[in-house]
Design a protein around this ligand. Structure first.
Ligand SMILES: Nc1nc2c(ncn2[C@@H]2O[C@H](COP(=O)(O)OP(=O)(O)O)[C@@H](O)[C@H]2O)c(=O)[nH]1
Ligand SMILES: [Mg+2]
Length: 251
């Protein structure tokens, strides 16, 4: 079945049965009548699939579930979700959102309004910037590690980006989108950086600049939700992956 939707939002889920705020997702799905939610179960070992099926039953027109037979990591779960959504829903916008709702869903409409008002922008990235008047709560350690990482990425990608790793991102669908997501990523952890590297390579072919196509949206609210499966050692893996991305995409 092929459907059309202005927005298809992918929510990668790995062992999320305990954390998933099903009411928040269902309220959002019911209110946003031009949006499909595609939950991708990444081979969870808990009863995530049951929880997802429950949401689908409650709102079958808006909630879809894609089940991966085994755990493949967030990068592949997002990639498969986006490819599936492009093929089945023919959306005008796609995106992905962390299942823990560290970024609340009300930011989705704010991101979309930027895509509407700025035709020059192809992607909106949530940015976790601690400014007065906003509620951005991250542990000091994660904040400073994040700053070091973002600085390294801006040097490697040669763009002054503040936050590549926030799990809230939307993309305008264009003729290039399917091919950006068609091949598995090299990196399990910093595929966000790899997406940028892929767009950069595409823009080079049409004389555009990556830095002029990305909009970082300073989030009004972001809360580090307990239960993260990312370990401190992944910080070093992330650096290694950034180097691999540079070698693979900047030749
Ligand atoms: N850690 C992890 N997350 C996954 C995996 N597959 C999908 N995800 C999803 O990726 C998102 C981010 O995970 P989380 O543990 O909150 O990471 P963090 O907030 O970046 O520390 C959540 O929606 C997870 O369910 C996986 O294999 N490992
Ligand atoms: Mg999280």
């Amino acid at each position: 079945m092929t459907e059309t939707a202005p927005l298809a939002l992918i929510i990668p889920c790995y062992n999320e049965a305990q954390r998933l705020d099903t009411d928040a997702f269902l309220d959002f799905a019911t209110a946003a009548n031009d949006t499909y939610l595609l939950f991708v179960d990444d081979g969870s070992a808990d009863n995530t699939v049951e929880v997802l099926e429950g949401m689908r039953t409650a709102c079958p027109s808006r909630v879809h579930v894609l089940k991966l037979p085994q755990n493949q990591g967030k990068a592949e779960a997002v990639r498969q979700g986006i490819s599936y959504a492009l093929e089945h829903f023919r959306p005008a916008q796609v995106g992905f959102w962390d299942a823990d709702l560290a970024t609340p869903l009300d930011a989705v409409e704010r991101f979309r309004s930027v895509l509407h008002s700025r035709p020059d922008i192809d992607m909106i990235f949530g940015a976790r910037v601690q400014l007065l008047g906003r509620y951005v709560k991250r542990s000091a350690v994660r904040h400073y590690l994040g700053r070091i990482f973002a600085t390294a990425v801006s040097i490697v990608l040669e763009i002054p980006i503040y936050d590549t790793q926030c799990g809230a991102k939307l993309f305008r669908v264009g003729p290039e989108t399917a091919s950006i997501f068609s091949q598995p990523f090299l990196s399990k952890w910093v595929f966000d950086v790899e997406i940028l590297a892929r767009y950069r390579r595409f823009y080079l072919s049409c004389d555009r600049k990556l830095s002029e196509a990305v909009y970082e949206y300073p989030l009004e609210c972001w809360v580090d939700v307990a239960g993260s499966k990312v370990r401190p050692a992944d910080f070093f893996v992330a650096f290694r992956d950034v180097v691999r991305i540079r070698l693979a995409y900047f030749r």
